[in-house]
Design a protein around this ligand. Sequence first.
Ligand code: SF4
Ligand code: SF4
Length: 541
Amino acid sequence: MKKIKNIGYLLTYLGFAFFIGSIFTGTYQVKPKDFDQWIIDKNIKSNLFIEKTRHDLINRELNSWRLSKIIINNAKASNTQLKNQKKIEWSKIIPLKWSKTSKNYIYPLIRKSATGWFKSHPVLWFFLTFGLSIIGGLLVFIPDYKLLGPAGIKNNGIFQHSATNRGLIGMITALFFIAFYVVLYFFPNYIVNPILAVNGIKQFLNNKEASQWFLYGCMYCAVMSVFAVRMLIKYRHNRYQILRTVVVLFFQITFAFLIPELLEAFNQPWFDFKNAWPLNYSFFFDWSIDGLISSGKFGIFMFVWGIVLTVLIVPIMVYFYGKRWYCSWVCGCGGLAETLGDPYRQLSNKSLFSWKIERWLIHGVLGFAILMTGLTLYLYFLEIPSWKEVAFGISGYDIQNWYGFFIGSVFSGVIGTGFYPILGNRVWCRFGCPLAAYMGWVQRFKSRFRITTNGGQCISCGNCSTYCEQGIDVRSYAQKGQNIVRSSCVGCGVCAAVCPRGVLKLENGKDTGASRTEVKDILLGNDIDILTMAKNNPSNE
Ligand code: SF4
Ligand code: SF4
């Protein structure tokens, strides 16, 4: 079994090496017609830039780094020359921003110009990257069924291993995650070869060209599937964990990945039916509303569904089941946190200080989302274009961009997932997700969901608090025999799964009002005077 596991590691590292290697290899050749079309699409008007770049790029074989550098250097030179003129021609200035130029300007050209081995062998390439990593990952985890011994919680050595105790391996992993998200969001021009590896799947699904987001979708599903196998083996003694893992994987693969792709195949807008506002922060943006409404009856249905989901379905479901129905059973972010992120759940900070930060941050993001959406709808209904100034030189479009950059990209992606090995697996869900904040209010004040505690059984081992990914000190509730009613609890159920005494139970039976948060008296040894008890109850003698 150990040999199989080692072979698994070897295959995973090989797949990973091919993936990384592809970023630094591969060639690109810009064709004249693609170049001309790119100039038109990007509305580039600087002749200096156009001629120089045409000369530097056309029909030359370049790698992605060199090609990107030529475009940026030429744009800088052109802008400098234009700005040195007496009368600056602003329409000819090429906007250069690190967060935008690569993805908006360079990526479309480089994506079209790929040549060579990666383009001509997509199936083999897919096997060497995705295939080897998936097979390797499964070979690493499946032997655990035997190696870990009988079913039961297995967290042995978790604080000794450098990968899971913020050691060197953990830090390297975090750096890799962070770098991956930065490249994915802002520099897709460097991952064209990995994108080509999944192009065949995209063409099979809807006959379109794969983008970095499609690559991300494929990776997301693949990683979640492999780590779901790990979860199923690790928690095989716990029916709740098995069901939850299977369901969240189902929602990711069908609702977040396959259905939106198939919608595009039928010329409908890409739409994730489970992604509720304000997590889906662009739902009320003008282009989104227009796109849905102009797509006919089905588009209007999707628009109405999005509103009903946010306004009715989400709070009603939270009333009956707590926010766990979404955060731990449906949501893709939660799904990744519960699969890929499970080895890091013990790293969540339990201090009072982090709880204070959590409350300010998460409600701050919710406030930002509400303000931005309110402004967007105001502009939409008054038919004011989003790019027009609202106040102090700021337009509605600027505010949407800031939210997209700081919250949609940096917080939810780069920090939210990149920091798993440092801050635990629910960084985004705990500190940033505005939908979690909204559901948290309903869960705290009007929901049947609570975790009941049989305090007399608690041996204060602290397992529950250690493995609570939301940083809740579960043990302190258990010691008091108090129900856990916290807005941040995502109902993952791991506190109950790791409790050796069966103290904790996730419940959503009928709410009887005060009993939900009531602290019951617990009989502890020190509270009992045996002699007096015996005197008062002669039958006990
Ligand atoms: S209290 Fe328990 S169910 Fe809630 S988030 Fe923490 S571990 Fe999960
Ligand atoms: S895991 Fe169970 S026994 Fe241990 S502290 Fe928590 S509630 Fe008590």
